[in-house]
Design a protein around this ligand. Sequence first.
Ligand SMILES: [Zn+2]
Length: 204
Amino acid sequence: MEIRNHILQGENINFILSPNRGDFYEDGALDTIIIHYTASGSAASAIETLTDIDRQVSAHLVIGRDGQISQLLPFNVIGWHAGVSRWGIREGFNKYSIGIEIDNAGMLEEKDGNFVSWFGKNYPPEEVVKGVHRNHTELSYWHVFPQFQIDVVETVCKMLIEAYKISHILGHEEIAPDRKVDPGPAFPLDDFRARLLPGPHPLI
Ligand SMILES: [Zn+2]
């Protein structure tokens, strides 16, 4: 796998250009990766939303549960994934960041021993992670991320860090804590960025 002309090349990668996009980044502005989950039943349904001109949302990458990568925007073009967002003194993260959407149903609700997504699909207990969200105090249930999927996200992030001088990896839940809970406690975000970006990372 390699990045050529701001587009990932290699096996298990496809490119579908989303109409939902901004300008090129300003010089030197891109320094952050924002991690999301799709909160959808499949990568295909997430890609449908993220390429729907009426929805006005997008991300650079969608990573399927089988590791399949779909790129929806070149890495030098601003995507529309962060929304109203703030971290440190910085606001409006779209213009500073690459957005990665990971195929995952998100937060699940326990109903009579079943675990149900917001769109009504049941998940078996072996696909459920119990944890306390960093923005909450109570235990809750979350759809598991397969290790292989996490490994693919890590490989892609390593390549982006090398290609684009990325110095921050943040969760959507951290830049929009009042609105967002993705990627949530099933994704090992703190370990992930400690491995990929060792050393101190002061607030922007
Ligand atoms: Zn998100």
